[in-house]
Design a protein around this ligand. Structure first.
Ligand code: ADP
Ligand code: MG
Length: 632
């Protein structure tokens, strides 16, 4: 297995020219852009001084029917009045097919139009759009902020994605960046970015938990740092739990306090929700908060204490702790093994969240970097290195493959080319050969997973290498190269080394694996290790038997009558039948013994064929032509 040299992008640097690089946190609720300037990493602000850009895009049409697209706070303001044309939380839809979204909240909220390839489109007043296009609008707005602040077009960006994002979601993120005209240096896992912002990558090794509670999602990841590489040991969380749920709990509390039986108009209801959010954020630093709402003659006031709020959300926070516990259990580790806990996401400002996290892990979490910004800041640091501004920077931080990648080989077995947890980018090559005489095509079946058999792994792609020149079995050399880029995207190529015929695929599965599925696949591989090893031995024994009978049959067909007595020939045919019968069973030792027996029985025949070959080759030559002339 050859490990091929990997070149990192942008390592050649003109020392006199700093490049403009930025890190982008493309969030479900809020997005940010950050950059390293004069040694300081900072988030970049819009003209009115806001760092956070609400991840919301409004698609309207002006009087003449021309489309008008607004992004950020202005779009968010339209969410209440024009919800159908205001797309929020597009990140939840990225790289997802209609089938996957069926029954989700988003499916009820937006008008999806089915398109080919199964990805969704959204119908708006300004025509149809897609989650990729919505994300591109957000990226464009941030990039513009970046180039205005940094004084020119950006040379490259690092965009963060959740650790559990699969290939399709990562590819959709890349597509959005391309649409926004951005040069993507790398996609980086959000928890990894947070760890980088805290400088944890400069440590030797250690276990870090990243607890990320955003607006509508909760992600918890366990990272292990070793030799400068972060490995995602386990991830978990809840895709429909976040700070917004706190808002709803607080709103119910406020309603109960106000006028339990008063029916609020929809507009008042919406304003109450906005008030609830404001109250929640205030309660992160104050012990009580007052609120008031007026509509016409109606004048409502009230106050909420932090204790009341905490009471109302305690079960939600407990739920996040349960997720964290599951992650630790999946990794087979206890809380005491964790070296540090990092808080990410605006909702971790809630004091109750901090308290519960601290009490579960038994140590104070790291909070001194703004939890809203920490991901963008880490991404900016990576971007600065990747764009080449730090030529003497140490080893670049890498992510690892979550599951092994391999190929289906004969007998339904999986040959792993790249083991799980291998740092990416990576390229590995291996040579395979043909199984049958004259085989002119080879099916390349790309697999993902830890188990030994095809049936237990996940199929990623299939393609065929055609035009292999006719040769005897085992003579063709098929070189298969697996290449995983820094974003975790896999390309596979196969070529016949003699003729150079090549076939290749880029693996872009439209439905990837969720973190639960990955965990499940890993668990089952551990549970079945013994069973798998036995199954592998059986399949290999059968394969050897099949290969021998195949070769012997073809030899008998060619030369059997010319070289063997009827009796010997019949004996060999019987041997073939007998071996075939045994190979149908599952006694590995017996299959091996019968294979060996037939192999020995056919040895004299093989020798006769060899002699015949030599005689043919020598025909028309004298011995002097082929034997070395002895010097006298
Ligand atoms: P995402 O990663 O999903 O884009 P963020 O990390 O920006 O989301 O988190 C947004 C959430 O954080 C919202 O629910 C917001 O109300 C909440 N939040 C922001 N500031 C505070 C605060 N001071 N106290 C409590 N919650 C806050
Ligand atoms: Mg976030």
């Amino acid at each position: 297995m050859a490990l091929i040299q990997i070149t990192e992008p942008g390592q050649a640097v003109d020392p006199h020219q700093r490049k403009r690089a930025a890190g982008i946190d493309l969030g479900t609720t809020n997005s940010l852009i950050a950059s390293v300037r004069e040694g300081q990493t900072e988030t970049l602000q819009d003209v009115v001084g806001n760092s956070l850009l609400p991840s919301v895009v409004h698609y309207g049409a002006d009087k003449n029917g021309a489309s008008e697209i607004t992004v950020g706070a202005a779009a968010l303001a339209k969410a209440t009045t024009d919800p159908m044309n205001t797309i929020a939380s597009a990140k939840r839809l990225l790289g997802r097919g209609l089938a996957e979204l069926a029954g989700t909240e988003a499916a009820e909220q937006y008008a999806f139009v089915p398109v080919q390839e199964g990805m969704v489109q959204l119908q708006t007043a300004a025509g149809s759009t897609s989650p990729v296009q919505v994300s591109a609008e957000i990226l464009k707005t941030l990039a513009q902020r970046g180039s205005e602040t940094l004084g020119g077009e950006l040379d490259g960006v690092v965009i963060t994605v959740p650790a559990y994002f699969d290939d399709a979601q990562r590819q959709a993120t890349r597509d959005a960046a391309e649409l926004a005209g951005l040069q993507v240096l790398r996609l980086l896992n959000e928890p990894t970015a947070a760890a980088v912002a805290y400088g944890l990558d400069s440590g030797d090794e250690g276990l870090t938990v990243i607890y990320d509670l955003g607006g509508g999602t909760f992600d918890v990841s366990l990272l292990r740092l070793s030799r400068g590489v972060f490995e995602v040991l386990a991830t978990g969380g809840n895709a429909s739990l976040g700070g917004d749920d706190f808002d709803h709990r607080l709103m119910s509390l406020m309603r109960a306090k106000l006028t339990p039986d008063l029916v609020l108009s929809p507009s008042l209801n919406r304003r109450l929700l906005m008030q609830a959010r404001f109250c929640k954020e205030t309660l992160s630093t104050e012990a009580t908060v007052n609120f008031e709402l007026t509509e016409g003659d109606l004048h409502l006031t009230g106050s909420i204490s932090r204790a009341e709020f905490e009471d109302a959300i305690a079960d939600l926070v407990d739920e996040t702790i349960r997720s964290a516990r599951r992650v630790m259990r999946d990794a087979g580790l206890g809380e005491e093994a964790v070296d540090q806990v990092v808080l990410v996401g605006g909702a971790t400002r809630v004091p109750l969240v901090r308290a519960k996290v601290e009490s579960y892990f038994g140590k104070a979490p790291l909070t001194h970097i703004d939890p809203d910004r920490v991901v963008a800041l880490g991404a900016a640091m990576q971007a600065d290195v990747l764009v080449g501004n730090k030529p003497d920077a140490e080893m670049l931080l890498l992510d690892v493959l979550p599951l092994s990648l391999g190929l289906e080989t004969m007998g339904g077995l999986v040959e792993k080319l790249i083991a799980r947890n291998t740092p990416i980018p990576v390229q590995r090559a291996q040579e395979f050969t043909t199984f049958k005489d004259g085989q002119s095509a080879m099916l390349i079946h790309v697999m993902q997973g830890e188990r030994e058999q095809v049936a237990d792994c996940r199929s990623l792609a299939r393609f065929e290498l055609k035009g292999i020149p006719a040769m005897v079995a085992g003579a063709a050399k098929i070189r298969v190269v697996f290449q995983v880029d820094a974003d975790g995207l896999l390309s596979v190529s196969a070529s016949e080394t003699g003729t150079g015929v090549t076939a290749a695929v880029v693996v872009k599965p439209s439905y990837g694996l969720s973190d639960q599925e990955i965990t499940q696949m890993l668990k089952s591989s551990f549970a079945h290790a013994q069973e798998d090893a036995e199954a592998r031995m059986l399949l290999e024994a059968r394969l050897d038997a099949e290969q021998l009978t195949e070769a012997l049959r073809s030899a008998l067909a060619q030369d059997g009558e010319a070289l063997l007595s009827d009796e010997v020939r019949l004996g060999l045919f019987q041997g073939i039948d007998q071996l075939a019968q045994v190979a149908g069973g599952s006694d590995v030792a017996l299959i091996k013994a019968e294979t060996e027996k037939l192999s020995q029985a056919s040895d004299p025949f093989a020798a006769l064929r060899m002699d015949q070959e030599v005689r043919r080759a020598l025909a028309g030559h004298t011995l002097d032509d082929v034997l070395p002339v002895e010097s006298s």
